[in-house]
Design a protein around this ligand. Structure first.
Ligand code: TXA
Ligand code: MG
Length: 314
């Protein structure tokens, strides 16, 4: 049975903390999407997360911490850039890829010498991690390759009965996964491995250095696979509004050249991201067969959304 705990209830929050420290697996709210958390020092708990998600072993996971001080528990040889970025963007949707601390289990790094770390901005989760000085892996709380959850109900749709508890913190504010920034070798360049809410422009402005976002790279990032983030419905970019009038069209703002049903997600990237997975989950619940997507504007601020949707479309 999966227990439903409320993040704003102190007793429930403490219970979630106890479950995690005892090796349980608990879905937790973050500002991006819900993650399936396990104590990152507990091999058994880590294995349970991979089994519940049916995620292949060897796929590295992000460690979530409650304070910047915890960084040195997980990473070594930290470049100054890491602190500068952490102080500016944390708590928040930026994951730093660093050199791993020697004691970190290869189970969570995919056997590599790097470690991904982030400090999430959801206040109760942050409190819990800080209080117990816990680092938790928290891959998105969905079955492998499916749509990331942005509410506790989404988590239960996919994982009810397979996990010990879900900590309900309401709907995720950001709504898409964090930016992953590779800082393993800052002297030879800084790259974004998964575009996200924090953009290359924001990072390069802070550091006074250029930041690349290669379209393809060989670092193991699940979101780098061609198929990912998939709803059950057929999701397609709309090339010709005349060609198809069946199914629902997801738009930024209402379009007058579409005769079928449409759903507005929002005119800005932040509004659109907040609404996107929620809308896709809802349409899957309604067993919608086909979902059309209005093409998104060019430009860096829409890049993370184009990236997710390119991998979710057929
Ligand atoms: O916003 C997020 O990042 C969410 C929330 C729950 O925090 N988490 C998330 O985790 O998206 P996940 O596991 O679904 O995606 C993490 C990505 C994976 O594609 C993984 O391959 C990559 O991060 N990653 C983690 N550790 C890595 C490492 N050591 N080297 C390369 N890639 C790594
Ligand atoms: Mg994921």
């Amino acid at each position: 049975m999966t227990l439903v705990l409320q993040a704003d209830n102190e007793t429930h929050l403490q219970h979630a903390g106890r479950l995690l420290t005892l090796g349980g697996i608990v879905a937790v709210p973050t500002e991006t999407v819900y993650g399936l958390a396990a104590d990152a020092t507990n091999a058994e708990a880590i294995r349970k997360v991979y089994a519940a998600k049916q995620r292949p072993q060897g796929h590295p996971a992000i460690v979530h911490v409650g304070s910047i001080e915890q960084l040195t528990d997980w990473a070594s040889d930290l470049p100054d850039f890491a602190y500068q970025l952490a102080e500016h963007f944390w708590p928040g949707p930026l994951t730093l890829l660093l050199k791993r601390h020697p004691r970190v289990s290869p189970l969570i790094t995919g056997g590599s010498h790097s470690i991904a770390v982030r400090l999430p901005a959801q206040p109760q989760l942050q409190q819990l991690l800080k209080q117990h000085r816990l680092g938790v892996i928290a891959p998105s709380a969905n079955m492998h390759q499916q749509l990331s959850p942005t509410t506790s109900a989404h988590v239960l749709e996919q994982l009810e009965g397979k996990i010990d508890a879900v900590l309900d913190g309401g709907r995720c504010q950001v709504g898409i996964e964090s930016t992953i920034l590779d800082l393993r070798d800052p002297k030879s360049g800084i790259q974004i491995l998964r575009p996200g809410p924090v953009t290359a422009k924001q990072i390069s402005e802070l550091l006074g250095q250029s930041v690349q976002t290669p379209p393809e790279h060989d670092v193991a990032v699940a979101g780098n696979m061609a198929r990912h983030y998939q709803p059950k419905a057929k999701l397609r970019w709309l090339s010709d509004p005349e060609a198809a009038k069946e199914g629902v069209l997801l738009v930024r703002s209402r379009r007058h050249d579409w005769a079928g049903e449409q759903q507005e997600l929002g005119a800005t990237p932040a509004q659109y991201a907040h609404a996107l997975y929620y809308a896709l989950h809802e349409l899957d619940q309604q067993q919608q067969a086909t979902i059309w997507l209005e093409p998104l504007p060019e430009g860096e601020e829409w890049q993370a959304l184009r990236n997710r949707l390119d991998r979710a479309t057929e």
